[in-house]
Design a protein around this ligand. Structure first.
Ligand SMILES: *Cc1c(COP(=O)(O)O)cnc(C)c1O
Ligand code: SF4
Length: 323
C-alpha cells in the first residue's frame, strides 16, 4: 500500500490468505484500500441513511415502530471499503456500560419495539462471553420477541463461528424468542469451503439464515455474478433477503451502480433465477426516511437524472442519480 486512507483498514488472517491467493479477486476489491476512496463526490453524505436523526440515545436507531437497531459494536474484524457507516465504524468507541443501560432502558420503555437488530459494526467482534451478556440483557426485556444479528464475521473470519457462539444462539431460541442471523455476503467467491462449513454449522443447528448484499460496481454488477451469488446462498440454505443500493458514504463513489442499471439487473434476474433466490432490491432514502423497494411504484422518474421516491409514510423525496 502506497497511500494512507482516512478510513479504517483491517484484515483478518483468513482474508490475508485469501487475498494473497487471489489479488484481483472479489475479496481484494472489497477490502484493500485504493486511491479512488480519497476522491470526494458531490453526493457524499457523512450520515447517509440518517442514523443520527432517529437516534434517541447512543447505540439505538429507532426508525420504524416495531424494530430498532442496537449498535453494540463500533468496529469490525475487517473493513469493507464501501462501508455505509465508515464515518463511525472503526473510528469510535463501543458503548460504555452506562450507555448500554440507557439503551436497554429505552427499549424497555418502548414495548412497541418487538425486534432488536444487533449490529454496529459487527457484534461478533465481541467474545462469546460478552455477546452472551448482551443477549441476556435483551432477553430480560419481555416485550422483545425477535433478536436479529447482522454480521459479516462468517465471511471474513469463518473460525469466529465457534461452537460456543452456536450455543448462545440456541439458548435464545430455548427462551421462545425468535433469532435470525443475517449474513452480509456480496460475491460467490466469498463462499469458500471454510465459509461454507461455518455457515452450515449454524444452519444444521436449526438457526435461520438470511443474507444481505450490496450492489457494487466492478464486483457484482453483472447478471452472472448476482445469479451465482444468490443461487449458491439459496442452495446452502440461506435466503437472499436484501440487495442494497449503495449508500452515499464518502469515498465510495467508485463502487456506485446507477439505479437504472440496478433495476435492469434485477429485472433480468427474474427470468433466469428461481424466485426463492430473489432478494428485494432496496434503497435507503438519504436523510433517514427508511428503506423502500426499488422496483416498484415507490420510485417515479421525473427528469433525465431525477426521481421522486415515496417513503413508507407516503412522503416524497427528491433523488438525483449518476446517469
Ligand atoms: C434497515 C433497518 C432496519 C431493518 O429493516 P428491515 O426492513 O426490517 O430489514 C431497522 N431499523 C433501521 C434503522 C434500519 O436502517
Ligand atoms: S461489515 Fe458492515 S459495518 Fe463492517 S465495515 Fe463492512 S459494511 Fe461496514
Amino acid at each position: 500500500m502506497d497511500m494512507v486512507s482516512p478510513y479504517a483498514f483491517r484484515l483478518t488472517e483468513y482474508l490475508k490468505k485469501e487475498i494473497a491467493a487471489r489479488p484481483e479477486g472479489a475479496l481484494a476489491k472489497q477490502f484493500m484500500p485504493t486511491r479512488a476512496e480519497l476522491t470526494p463526490a458531490p453526493s457524499d453524505m457523512l450520515d447517509p441513511i440518517g442514523d443520527r436523526v432517529h437516534s434517541p440515545c447512543p447505540g439505538i436507531v429507532h426508525r420504524y415502530p416495531d424494530r430498532a437497531l442496537y449498535l453494540v459494536a463500533a468496529s469490525c474484524a475487517a473493513y469493507c471499503r464501501y462501508c455505509f457507516r465508515k464515518e463511525v465504524v472503526g473510528r469510535t468507541k463501543p458503548l460504555s456500560s452506562k450507555e448500554r443501560n440507557v439503551a436497554l432502558d429505552y427499549i424497555r420503555a418502548h414495548p412497541e419495539i418487538r425486534e432488536i437488530i444487533l449490529t454496529g459494526g459487527d457484534p461478533l467482534v465481541f467474545s462469546d462471553l460478552k455477546l452472551g451478556q448482551y443477549l441476556a440483557d435483551l432477553l430480560d426485556i419481555e416485550s422483545l420477541r425477535l433478536i436479529r444479528i447482522h454480521t459479516r464475521a462468517p465471511i471474513v473470519d469463518p473460525g469466529r463461528v465457534t461452537s460456543s457462539f452456536i450455543d448462545l444462539c440456541r439458548q435464545v431460541q430455548v427462551t421462545g424468542r425468535g433469532l435470525q442471523i443475517v449474513v452480509h455476503c456480496n460475491h460467490a467467491e466469498e463462499l469458500t469451503p471454510e465459509v461454507r462449513t461455518a455457515l452450515k454449522a449454524l444452519i444444521s443447528q436449526g438457526l435461520g439464515l438470511l443474507s444481505q448484499s450490496v450492489l457494487l460496481k466492478g464486483i457484482n454488477d453483472c447478471e452472472l455474478a448476482l445469479e451465482n451469488l444468490f443461487r449458491e446462498l439459496t442452495y446452502l440454505g440461506i435466503k437472499p433477503y436484501y440487495l442494497h443500493h449503495l449508500d452515499r458514504a464518502p469515498g465510495s463513489e467508485h463502487f456506485r451502480v446507477s439505479l437504472v442499471r440496478g433495476m435492469e439487473l434485477v429485472r433480468n434476474l427474474r427470468g433466469c433465477l428461481t424466485g426463492l433466490a430473489q432478494p428485494t432490491y432496496v434503497i435507503d432514502i438519504p436523510g433517514g426516511y427508511g428503506k423502500v423497494p426499488v422496483n416498484s411504484d415507490y420510485i417515479k422518474r421525473v427528469g433525465p437524472k431525477t426521481y421522486h421516491i415515496v417513503d413508507w409514510r407516503g412522503q416524497s423525496h427528491a433523488y438525483t442519480d449518476i446517469e
